[in-house]
Design a binder for this molecule. Structure first.
Ligand SMILES: [Zn+2]
Length: 428
């Protein structure tokens, strides 16, 4: 007995058409895709005309386990992913201990098999403990199942160490995923350096702290032949640099978060006592930077959307702005935010946005997901494009409450998520 999804509308990622479709799932695979599939003998769910999309992939998530289970666990983080329509997430290694050994890569896979609500693909650290002092055994990390290497949370400051990491990663065909931050330029900044930080008297992080490191790493990638993937791009110069790298035919790819596409540094000005729920790294920058990120997403310079889902406890986020930790949660609201703000306003077509959540990350990281077709793994998300709901923490599956989008009314929520043939979220 399989599962039949009846009366859905499958989004054609080439033409953007929504076509009346039934889907039969057997085991973890898509068995049939047709206008009409006989439901007898199978469990059936009536989709009532809702949109059928490939399950989303998010290549930048902090699941916080092991070590920071008060913020999030693999169980709660992947439940949040499922609610957001995600079927695959890549988790960052800045846990405690840092995921810098084959054993810890194995721990992520084993814990996900027991407690996870989506596929979890771990990154391994570039340097031991993310301390920037000594390289990890990158070949062993890959053999254990790491899908890339990164010291996300901090930038690799040493150029010679990054060069050596890229040489090794290139020989292994493993992506080098960079959190670009020059610590000497960023110093103890807590928001974007600019007119708002000056007005508020807060130390700023210049956009340059990001873009100079991207420039360095593009040069190192060209020399070594490594695949460089730029995390959470936030600055106009950074977008230009990635565009330049692509024009040279380099293996350079990039992601952008919903918050860098939708917000400007003015959010900090507007809130009382500079609410730390507005604090994130890289910081929210200017309207010019936001426009550059959006243009980069539209013209293909930026390949994909990633959330940088970064939960913290309420207690941590209640600290004063300067000492509270950086980060927003994002998994549960990423797609509806961008659907509402970019698709409904006519800035991007639905199928073009969906590609940034599905086939693009799958292709960049060579993951066998992101396409609905017979024989493929049954990873699907069913989205209601009509119903509007308010973002409330009461409905969150994540332990995090830290988002600047609370109270926002948005459309495009997932109502059913299926990962490897298994229902991982069902809403209304
Ligand atoms: Zn980062």
């Amino acid at each position: 007995m399989g599962l039949v999804l009846k009366n859905g509308r499958l989004l054609n990622l080439e033409t953007g058409e929504l076509q009346a479709t039934d889907i039969l799932i057997a085991g973890d695979r898509i068995e049939a895709v047709a206008e009409q599939i006989e439901a007898s003998g199978h469990e059936a769910i009536d989709l009532q005309g809702k949109a059928i999309l490939p399950g989303f992939l998010d290549m930048h998530v902090h699941l916080r386990q092991p070590g920071f289970e008060a913020k999030e666990t693999i169980e709660t983080g992947t439940a949040a992913a499922a609610r957001g329509g995600f079927t695959t997430v890549a988790c960052m290694p800045n846990t405690r201990p840092v995921i810098d050994s084959p054993e810890l890569i194995g721990y992520i896979y084993e814990t996900t098999a027991k407690e996870g609500s989506c596929t979890v693909l771990p990154y391994g650290a570039i340097t031991k403990g993310e301390l920037g002092e000594e390289l990890t055994d990158i070949a062993a990390l890959k053999a254990a199942g790491a899908i890339g290497i990164t010291d996300d949370g901090v930038g690799v400051q040493s150029s010679s160490m990054m060069r050596e990491a890229m040489r090794i990663a290139a020989s292994l065909d493993l992506p080098v995923v960079i959190h670009s931050e020059d610590e000497d330029l960023a110093k103890d900044g807590c928001m974007n350096e600019g007119v708002v930080s000056k007005r508020l008297g807060l130390p700023g992080i210049p956009g340059l702290a990001e873009s100079v490191m991207i420039a360095r790493d593009i040069l190192l990638a060209e020399e070594t032949g490594a695949h460089l993937h730029v995390c959470h791009i936030s600055d106009a110069w950074s977008v230009d640099l990635v565009r330049y790298a692509k024009s040279r035919g380099l293996k350079v790819t990039a992601e952008v978060t919903p918050h860098h596409l939708l917000l400007t540094e003015e959010i900090i000005d507007r809130t009382d006592a500079q609410d730390a729920n507005m604090k994130v790294n890289p910081p929210i920058r200017t309207e010019k930077d936001r426009q550059a990120c959006l243009r980069g997403l539209l013209d293909g310079t930026i390949d994909m959307v990633a959330t940088d889902h970064a939960p913290h406890t309420e207690e941590e986020k209640k600290r004063p702005f300067q000492t509270a930790p950086f980060g927003f949660v994002g998994l549960e609201i990423a797609f509806p935010l961008l659907y509402t703000e970019l698709v409904e306003t006519g800035q991007i077509a639905l199928h073009e946005l969906v590609k940034k959540f599905t086939i693009n990350p799958a292709n960049v990281f060579k993951i066998d997901r992101g396409v609905i077709a017979v024989g493929n793994v049954a990873d699907l998300t069913i989205v209601d494009l009509e119903a509007e709901r308010t973002v409330t923490v009461e409905e969150f599956k994540t332990k995090g409450r830290n988002t600047p989008f609370l109270g926002k009314k948005i459309k495009g929520w997932s109502v059913l998520t299926i990962n490897q043939g298994r229902i991982t979220y069902r809403g209304n």
